[in-house]
Design a protein around this ligand. Structure first.
Ligand SMILES: NC(=O)c1ccc[n+]([C@@H]2O[C@H](COP(=O)([O-])OP(=O)(O)OC[C@H]3O[C@@H](n4cnc5c(N)ncnc54)[C@H](OP(=O)(O)O)[C@@H]3O)[C@@H](O)[C@H]2O)c1
Length: 328
């Protein structure tokens, strides 16, 4: 029997999400990898329990997370039913639709038909009456934005989602989506872009837009899918993302030039008394417009290490300049 730790709110810090009433933990946990049907259920359960015990109240899913697609939501649903039920109101659970989910013309992108059916399926898999946040997972160049945003607005009106967000939208399309949602009376809560020391596109306009609009920002893959950690300092472990079957990180992504940068960043982290993962998270959180970093993990110890990043989020000018020179 699981009982949540009485200390779960002692060390975690919470940020307001844009100009909304919702607070999110500075560190959130995503179930994209390592929580699927192919993974060991007891390890997934242990990570979810430990995360919640450390004050991680936000769990991020999507219809297609697994593999197989849908199975991360089934895993989460099982843990919710068996362990987390008494604490559901202490959690912010998100899901998304936008990528390929089922065959045929109605199982991908951004039509009302796809998004509405997908959320119903997600609720069923997780055993929930509503999700806290529903995202459109990626922009759809072929569907009128009015249709996609209209679908998000109706989800809130139907009580199937409390808030809505967008993911992977570039500044111009994000601005249109945010404006449309506002005029429908369902403000956009949050944007979920990729952001890390290795991928800084959000600095070119998106963060300015979100600040002006009062929309929160949750950075996904803040550890560069594991590259900004100690994982690959001495080769590619067989039990790592790059060492496994995942198509999302390949051994060839870890070039010699990149590894050289990673080693130099690792040295700076060491001087700060942090792991490289901790410094990479602190660096993203040091940007005041970032509400939360959305990490992934393959084992409990990684979640513990990441949460301990909060002990030191400050950088002095010399450290920032040195990091810039390495990243340049
Ligand atoms: N909206 C979108 O389009 C989108 C796209 C991608 C992801 N996301 C969201 O973002 C979440 C996180 O993505 P991500 O998994 O790529 O994030 P990430 O945090 O950049 O990478 C996670 C990986 O880093 C390694 N790691 C984590 N903590 C570590 C530590 N303390 N020490 C050493 N290694 C550590 C683990 O690699 P190993 O597995 O190798 O151990 C872990 O699987 C996803 O679950 C999902 O919710 C959203």
């Amino acid at each position: 029997m699981y009982k949540a730790s009485d200390r779960r709110y002692v060390d975690m810090k919470y940020n307001r999400c844009g100009r909304s009433g919702l607070l999110l933990p500075m560190i959130s946990l995503g179930l994209w990898q390592n929580f699927g049907g192919v993974n060991q259920f007891e390890n997934s359960r242990a990570m979810l329990r430990r995360a919640f015990d450390l004050g991680i109240t936000h769990f991020d899913l999507a219809n297609n997370y697994g593999p197989p697609a849908g199975s991360a939501e089934l895993t989460f649903g099982q843990v919710l039913k068996e362990d987390f039920k008494p604490w559901r109101d202490e959690m912010v659970i998100s899901t998304k639709a936008g990528y390929d989910m089922w065959p045929g013309p109605y199982g991908s992108w951004g039509s009302n038909k796809y998004l509405t059916a997908s959320l119903d399926q997600s609720l069923q898999r997780m055993g929930l009456d509503y999700v806290d946040i529903f995202y459109h997972h990626r922009p759809d160049p072929a569907t009128p934005l009015e249709e996609t945003m209209g679908a998000l607005d109706r989800m809130v009106r139907q009580g199937k989602a409390l808030y809505v967000g967008i993911s992977n939208y570039r500044p111009a399309e994000a601005e249109r989506a945010i404006g449309m949602l506002r005029s429908l009376g369902t403000p956009c809560l949050i944007h979920q872009p990729r952001y890390s020391m290795l991928d800084r596109w959000v600095e070119e306009g998106l963060l300015d837009l979100l600040e002006t609009e009062g929309v929160g920002a949750i950075a996904f893959s803040p550890l560069g899918k594991g590259m900004l950690t100690n994982r690959y300092l001495d080769g590619i472990p067989a039990d790592s993302r790059a060492g496994g079957p995942s198509v999302f990180l390949r051994p060839e992504d870890l070039t010699d030039a990149l590894l050289e940068k990673i080693r130099r960043l690792h040295d700076i982290a060491g001087v700060r008394g942090q792991s490289l993962a901790q410094m990479a998270l602190a660096w993203v959180l040091h940007e005041p417009r970032i509400t939360s970093v959305l990490i992934g993990a393959s084992r409990v110890s990684q979640i513990e290490d990441c949460v301990a990043a909060l002990v030191n989020l400050a950088f002095d000018e010399a450290e920032l300049a040195e990091i810039e020179s390495i990243l340049a």
